[in-house]
Design a protein around this ligand. Structure first.
Ligand SMILES: [Zn+2]
Length: 341
């Protein structure tokens, strides 16, 4: 079968023929229909320090996908050949305290599909049956392939009560954009999104932001005043990993407010702890999705009117993967999909 693999100790990926996977007793093999490129995949493509220490040479990469089950292991129940599915990208251990307590998103031994085990940028991928999430009939393959990042956005946005609240979202990458649509869907009052990329800020407006602000153009305090906020933002969602973005949130958020942090900084940085302490702020780190509560929440929201289709901006055939990665790297894009059919 075809697969996008890291073929050597150097930047880039190559599309090569490798042996197709065989389903273990508790696994299913999925024929990949559509896949989507994540920032993680770009790190692997670029072969940065993290990737060099993590990714095995010769392994298929990729973890955001939708497809059809083509074979199932002997021990698998509740799934059948022909089912349209996506899958949770974190394979959890099942035996640590958090796994046993039903908090699998806090598993300390999680492995990543396309990171620590063979990935989904391929004609076929084998995953544990427990990771599979069946797709509703009316959910498109395109949307099915981005449930993983939509799950990140859902997990972040639903961490705190947004109903009637004023929300500041720093970072209009795909996950920040989808969090914008979710905040609008669940009933936030004002949603302000910041970024340094005008293409993405335009998308933020289409996803439901009241104001999409180019960082440095208009101080957030002016935006708060213009919108008629009597006090300040109630919830902050940090989606950029930029130290200055968290500083903006800490400075412009109300006392007793809540901040969810999903953006990954490139390294340690200082923050003004006086803001955290004297404002009595709650900060929560977000990683992955709640298994599988987040999956049910997001598919139900898609059924009830959540529209994230503007975030899908580009589609490429699998053979055009280099153009697809270049589009992601350029930044003037939302989600970039790969067609494997
Ligand atoms: Zn575990």
């Amino acid at each position: 079968m075809r697969a996008l693999i890291k073929s050597g100790d150097r930047p880039g990926l190559s599309l090569e023929e490798i042996p197709a996977p065989v389903a273990g007793p508790n696994e299913v093999v999925i024929d990949v229909v559509r896949a989507s490129i994540c920032g993680t995949d770009l790190h692997i493509f670029d072969w940065d320090e993290w990737a060099r220490g993590t990714i095995s040479i010769g392994m298929a990469v990729g973890h955001e996908f939708a497809g059809v089950i083509s074979s199932i292991g002997d021990e698998v129940t509740g799934l059948a050949v022909g089912d349209r599915v996506s899958a949770e990208g974190h394979v959890t251990c099942g035996h640590c305290r958090n796994c046993r307590a039903g908090r699998r998103h806090y598993c300390r031994n999680a492995e990543g599909i396309g990171v620590n085990r063979a990935g989904a940028f391929a004609d076929q991928v084998a995953v544990p049956a427990v990771n599979v999430f069946p797709l509703p009939d009316d959910l498109s393959d395109d949307l099915g392939s981005i449930l993983d990042p939509l799950g990140n956005a859902t997990h972040t946005a639903l961490s705190f009560d947004l109903v009637g609240e004023d929300v500041l979202i720093t970072g209009a990458g795909p996950i920040g954009l989808m969090a914008t649509a979710i905040a609008r869907h669940v009933g936030a009052r004002y949603i302000v999104v910041t970024d340094v990329n005008d293409y993405r800020l335009e998308l933020a407006g289409r996803m439901g932001a009241d104001r999409a602000v180019h960082v440095g153009d208009t101080p957030l305090e002016i935006i708060e005043h213009d919108l008629g906020m009597v006090e300040a933002f109630d919830v902050g969602l940090e989606m950029s990993g930029a130290p200055s973005a968290l500083a903006d949130i800490l400075r412009t958020i109300n006392h007793g407010a809540h901040i969810a942090l999903l953006g990954i900084p490139s390294g340690p940085f200082e923050i003004d702890w006086n803001q955290v302490i004297f404002k009595g702020l709650t900060l929560k780190g977000i990683y992955g999705r709640r298994m599988f509560e987040t999956w049910y929440k997001m598919t139900s929201m898609l059924h009830s009117g959540l529209d994230i289709t503007p975030v899908i901006t580009h589609r490429f055939g699998a053979e055009q993967f280099e153009d697809a990665f270049e589009t992601v790297r350029g930044g003037n894009a939302g989600k970039v999909l790969l067609d494997w059919v």
